[in-house]
Design a protein around this ligand. Structure first.
Ligand SMILES: Nc1nc2c(c(=O)[nH]1)N[C@H]1C(S)=C(S)[C@@H](COP(=O)(O)O)O[C@H]1N2
Ligand SMILES: [Mo]
Length: 489
């Protein structure tokens, strides 16, 4: 019977897996709540979703932005809970996913190294007949005899093998397909799933697969030979110490609840700390891709008929006055650590080499849209103003302020700004940039999430360090909403 035992490594990885799944589930729900619609198309036109988890109605004659879509989540359900806390939720999701993959790799490696793969992977076609018998037993409210578990019966084998070798890898692959950093460099990759929105929908359906599995799995543990199971799962083998096993098992489950409570509490108590610590995972990922450039090239036919708006046009009087006058008086100020500070009018920009690209916009909230953008590459601007050696970052200042009067801004490294698809756009889909999309000029950086792309630009400032600006995190959303400065996932 010895080989039916559960070795320590198996029990430990099982526990770690369970813990990380709870974090992934909760942070995932929080992320979904920020744009609670799922689509089978890339454009995310309202009404084209196949499911929506909100009853909010867009008021007529008023701009309904993607921020108005976000719904509140209880901290008992979502991680961290609350409204529009997806910055931290994404950090938790990503770092938990990294550890979950590592744990999964260790588990699968040990399964093979210890010749234990036979537990999960059926070696004979008989497994289907066995599974069918077990299923009939359960459906007629019988329990298969202990002897049919060696250590698992056919039905278990099939269920476990599909979760470990199909559902889990597929979840990882669809998760990666949602990253703008990956989609920009390898546009074919999300295409494997039919685009990022299909990947997002599949990612959600896979979540339902885990949930159904977990409900059945946990019920079975309790309903079918429970005391033997408790002994096995917790102590590794049948020792006849069920009560000890049950007590330790209960403590372990309690520890998972406690850890969940702690990370939720930490996220509310010290969000800046959590932003930095959990953000290390995202940063590592971002750095590892930074050498590769955006290579998106969609066709005109791919252009989205609808494009969500995030951020309402500035209330700023200067901007409104200029808007009424087709931005004749607008100037882009290029300042800071440059050899040659410059001031460019819209016409000056239009007289520079015109760059056009059709790319996909990915908002951190989950929606996307494809548009054609025309304007001037940032590398042209950099060439004109000649940054000093000490200049490391470009800061994009906006005319727009939040209700508290705080300016929207974002920053890029010089390297990011020099990407061929980093540009100042003054046209969208062949028309002058619409007011709500950032007129007269907005930033486009196609390796990044949407929040990097400041709209209604007032000035570009070259600095040695973004720590001098705002709250020092590199952007308005990094400052106020705990987003990751790399904006890659
Ligand atoms: N000034 C300013 N720029 C901004 C925002 C904003 O709120 N204010 N929102 C950002 C976010 S989160 C996104 S997704 C994109 C949305 O661009 P769109 O409204 O053209 O779709 O703009 C970015 N630029
Ligand atoms: Mo966004």
């Amino acid at each position: 019977m010895a080989n039916y035992d559960f070795p320590l490594w198996l029990r430990v990885t099982h526990y770690v897996n369970f813990l990380l799944i709870t974090l992934l589930l909760r942070s995932g729900i929080q992320i979904l709540a920020d744009h609670p619609r799922l689509y089978w198309n890339e454009h995310c036109t309202p009404g084209s979703e196949w499911i929506r988890f909100s009853r909010k109605r867009a008021p007529k004659n008023q701009l309904w932005t993607s921020m108005d879509e976000a719904i509140q989540v209880s901290p008992w359900v979502g991680l961290p809970g609350g409204w529009h806390t997806l910055g931290l939720a994404r950090h938790w999701h990503f770092i938990a996913a990294l550890f979950w993959m590592l744990n999964g790799l260790i588990y699968v490696a040990l399964l093979f190294l210890n010749d234990q793969w036979g537990r999960l992977i059926p070696t004979s076609g008989k497994v289907f007949a066995e599974a069918w018998h077990s299923l009939l037993d359960y459906l007629t409210l019988h329990v298969p005899p202990l002897s049919s578990f060696h250590p698992y019966d056919g039905l278990q084998q099939l269920a476990y093998a599909s979760i470990v070798f199909l559902v889990a890898p597929f979840t990882i692959l669809t998760g990666a397909a949602m990253s703008p950093a990956i989609a920009a460099r390898f546009p074919w990759y999300p295409g494997l799933f039919g685009g990022r929105q299909k990947a997002r929908s599949l990612h959600f359906l896979l979540l339902l697969a885990y949930l159904s599995f977990m409900v059945v799995h946990v019920s079975m543990v309790f309903l079918v030979h429970f005391t033997r199971n408790a002994d096995h799962i917790v102590l590794g083998r049948e020792q006849g110490q069920e009560w000890l096993a049950i007590a330790i098992g209960a403590l372990l489950i309690l520890s998972v609840a406690l850890i969940n409570w702690l990370v939720t509490w930490w996220s509310h108590q010290a969000p800046r700390q959590v932003q930095h610590w959990t953000g290390l995972g995202a940063q590592l990922f971002d750095n590892s891709l930074s050498m590769l450039h955006s290579r998106q090239a969609y066709d005109r036919a791919d252009i989205s008929p609808y494009f969500w708006v995030n951020g309402k046009p500035p209330a700023d009087e200067t901007w409104q006055r200029m808007a009424n006058d087709q931005f004749k008086d607008w100037h882009l100020e290029i300042t800071g650590l440059v050899e040659k500070p410059i001031r460019l009018s819209l016409d000056d920009l239009k007289s520079m080499p015109k760059h056009v690209q059709i790319t996909e916009h990915v908002c951190i909230q989950g929606w996307s849209g494809i548009a054609e953008w025309a304007g001037v590459q940032l590398s042209e601007i950099i060439g004109l103003c000649r940054p000093k050696g000490s200049a490391q970052y470009l800061v994009f200042h906006s005319y727009q302020r939040d209700p508290e009067g705080i300016e929207y801004y974002s920053s890029l490294t010089l390297e990011e700004a020099n990407d061929a698809q980093s540009m100042l756009a003054y046209e969208m889909n062949g028309q002058l940039l619409p007011l709500e999309h950032g007129a007269p000029v907005r930033l486009r950086v196609e390796t990044k999430l949407g929040f990097k792309m400041t709209k209604w630009i007032r000035a570009v400032e070259f600095v040695a360090d973004y720590k001098e600006i705002g709250l020092g995190q590199g952007g308005y959303r990094e400052d106020r909403e705990y987003y990751a400065i790399g904006a890659a996932i």
